[in-house]
Design a protein around this ligand. Structure first.
Ligand SMILES: C[S@@+](CC[C@H](N)C(=O)[O-])C[C@H]1O[C@@H](n2cnc3c(N)ncnc32)[C@H](O)[C@@H]1O
Length: 195
């Protein structure tokens, strides 16, 4: 992965093991790295957490998906599936109730900025199994050197209320994760299930 594009990848400042441990994989899940960028999370998940699982790496940035496709071919990876799709328009390659765990890492704030949070939540909900999970990890809604501006970030309370409007209940919250910053940690991770 070292040679691949690092435009907006969190690979350089977040610890993928710290994140993936939060998802408590059994090892045979169907996982989606939603807004995958360079796909490093999907690749790492398959390598170290999902010996019998499958990972979907989904992004609307065509170049990122093309690079992941090349990586799949070069490494003969059968269980990594790269999908070029836009969450606001629908991921038609993935059928209803198919995914065990979806992770959106440093992506969701973009949908607050564009006013598309509700449509994206419905699409994520459509794809998870009845007992599936949606994990959102994002920058805390405080001013900090890295990341998006504070006005487009959400607090866990705001997400809990928003997701509850879609009958998704919070089952887990960790507000001390990510990079060390003067205020503590840079990120939170919040996990939802169908109510
Ligand atoms: C800040 S990057 C994070 C990438 C990766 N999750 C990581 O943490 O390294 C945000 C990613 O979300 C993708 N993205 C933004 N809007 C999207 C949409 N509507 N549908 C699919 N992907 C989207 C971008 O193309 C970009 O790769």
């Amino acid at each position: 992965m070292e040679h691949r594009h690092h435009g907006k990848s969190s690979a350089d400042f977040l610890d993928s093991d710290e994140i993936l441990t939060e998802l408590n994989f059994k090892g045979n899940e169907t996982f989606m790295d939603a807004g995958c960028g360079d796909g490093h999370i999907a690749i790492k998940a398959l390598k170290d957490y999902l010996p019998d699982g499958t990972a979907y790496a989904v992004d609307n940035h065509k170049e990122s998906i093309d690079e992941i496709e090349s990586y799949i071919k070069e490494n003969d990876l059968e269980n990594l599936i790269a999908v070029h799709a836009d969450f606001t328009k629908g991921v038609s390659a993935v059928r209803d109730e198919y995914i065990d765990v979806i992770l959106m890492l440093n992506v969701f704030h973009g949908f607050k900025a564009s006013g598309e949070m509700d449509v994206v939540i419905e699409e994520l909900k459509r794809m998870i199994k009845d007992e599936g999970k949606i994990a959102i990890m994002d920058f805390k809604a405080i001013d900090m050197a890295k990341g998006p501006s504070t006005d487009i970030k959400s607090t866990p309370d705001e997400l809990e209320e928003l997701f509850s409007n879609h009958n998704l209940k919070m089952i887990y919250l960790n507000e001390e994760i990510g990079e060390d910053i003067p205020e503590g940690k840079s990120h939170f991770i919040i996990i939802f299930e169908k109510d």
